[in-house]
Each structure stands twice: as structure tokens, then as C-alpha cells.
Design a protein around this ligand. Structure first.
Ligand code: ZN
Length: 243
């Protein structure tokens, strides 16, 4: 069953003219990166989703910065895994055209992928909340939290209470429309509107493949579903067959 699925996917990857990959938390956890939502206790009973908000940035800035400094430090301890590098290589070889990601760890760019729509932004960058000037998240590691204008530096990610970054969203929309093969890797597709991209691709004629540890509500729209496998292993097998 799984082998047949892999064989079919290899055929589709070879035939497709415009393959787009969509990645979620399952891609990052294979790097060892913990899902911050499940790291309870760390935050003294505080709900991390409350700290990850525009409300906390405005009214509880010390706790906001403490939370995000820890997240920036956390991400800096981990690296892209083999699967990230295979996707970067596939882009160079025109096997895939772009990546749409829900992840904020920046691992796709670190691995060398160029065309990445970061739907929720990136923890690798900061910007000034007041003037918009861009900084590296190294500033947080160095305990620098202010712009030269005096404004607060904040991670360039989407906080609860904010809209998605326009450029990432627009790129994702265009890519999803162009795709003739759309592969979801490690997303349970529960977050709206990110989970609309597989549907947009499907409505525009793409084949939809969902590779996720657990079944998703979108499996009924998919042409192929692979569960219970590590993404890195599936990509490695496909890569060996494509060489
Ligand atoms: Zn500023």
C-alpha cells in the first residue's frame, strides 16, 4: 500500500509541470523542534498562545519578550533535517517550484530553498513595531530589544490578533493556483486560512497528496494519502528513485 503510494508519487513528480509543497509542524518536529503549544510548565501556567499575541506585545511587553527570546534561542538550537535539504535540491533541479510553509523556524531557507512563502512569517527576523526597520533575531539573543528609533523590536511572525503577511499570502495563492501537483507534508490542515491552499490547488486541477502522521479532515479531497511515516524517510526514498 505504502510502496504503491510511493511509486505513484514518483510517477506524478516526474510528470508534473508545476509541483508545490506545503509544510506544517510535522516537518519541523522531525528536526527535534518541540511544538511550543505543548511546552506547558515552562511558562508558569501561562498560556503561550496568550503571550503570542498583539495584546501581549502592547500590554505585557516584558513577558512577550521573555517568551520570544526563549523561542528564538530554542529554534537556534535546531537545524534543518535531510528532508529540508532534499526539497532545496529538488527546487534547484526543477522537480518542485516552491514551498508554502506554516512554520516560522526558517529551516527551508536555511537549507537553501529560495522560493518559500512563509505564511506565518519567520522567527529568524525581527522588525521595529514603530518604524518597521528590519533586524536579525540575533538581537534578541544578544538581549537587544529596541530599535535605534526607540521602538520595540518584535519577531517578524504573525501574532494572534494580526493579519497574515500580505506578500507570503499572495505568493502562496498564486503558487497554489499554478500547481498541477500539490504535496502537503506534516500538516493536520486545521489552521484557517492556510488550509485553503490545498483546496485552491485541487479546484484548479492539481493532484493533491497528503503525507501526515495522522489522518486529516482533508484526506477525502486527496488523490493519495500517506500516514504513519516520517516525512524525511518518504522524501529520501523518492529522492533515491528520482536520481
Ligand atoms: Zn524603529
Amino acid at each position: 500500500m505504502i510502496k504503491a503510494g510511493g511509486k505513484m508519487l514518483k510517477k506524478w513528480l516526474k510528470e508534473a509541470k508545476y509541483t508545490v509543497v506545503f509544510t506544517g509542524a510535522g516537518m519541523s518536529t522531525e528536526s527535534g523542534l518541540p511544538d511550543f503549544r505543548s511546552s506547558k510548565g515552562l511558562w508558569k501556567q501561562k498560556d503561550p498562545t496568550k503571550l503570542a499575541s498583539i495584546e501581549a506585545l502592547n500590554n505585557n511587553v516584558e513577558a512577550f519578550i521573555e517568551f520570544y527570546r526563549t523561542r528564538v534561542l530554542g529554534v537556534s538550537e535546531y537545524k534543518p533535517h535531510n528532508g529540508h535539504y532534499i526539497l532545496a535540491d529538488w527546487e534547484k533541479r526543477n522537480i518542485i517550484r516552491s514551498i508554502i510553509t506554516q512554520n516560522v523556524d526558517g529551516f527551508h531557507s536555511d537549507a537553501g530553498s529560495k522560493r518559500v512563502a512563509e505564511l506565518h512569517g519567520t522567527l529568524k527576523k525581527l522588525h521595529c513595531q514603530l518604524c518597521g526597520k528590519k533586524y536579525s533575531s540575533q538581537e534578541y539573543i544578544n538581549e537587544e530589544y529596541h530599535c535605534e528609533c526607540g521602538g520595540i523590536l518584535r519577531p517578524s511572525i504573525v501574532l494572534f490578533g494580526e493579519a497574515l503577511p500580505q506578500d507570503g499570502f499572495e505568493m502562496a495563492y498564486e503558487e497554489a493556483k499554478k500547481a498541477d501537483l500539490f504535496i502537503v507534508l506534516g500538516s493536520s490542515l486545521t489552521v484557517t486560512p492556510a488550509n485553503q491552499f490545498p483546496i485552491i490547488a485541487k479546484q484548479n486541477g492539481a493532484k493533491l497528496v497528503i503525507i501526515n502522521h495522522d489522518p486529516t479532515d482533508f484526506d477525502r479531497f486527496a488523490d493519495l494519502v500517506i500516514n504513519d511515516r516520517k516525512i524525511g524517510d518518504v522524501l529520501k526514498e523518492l529522492d533515491q528513485q528520482l536520481n
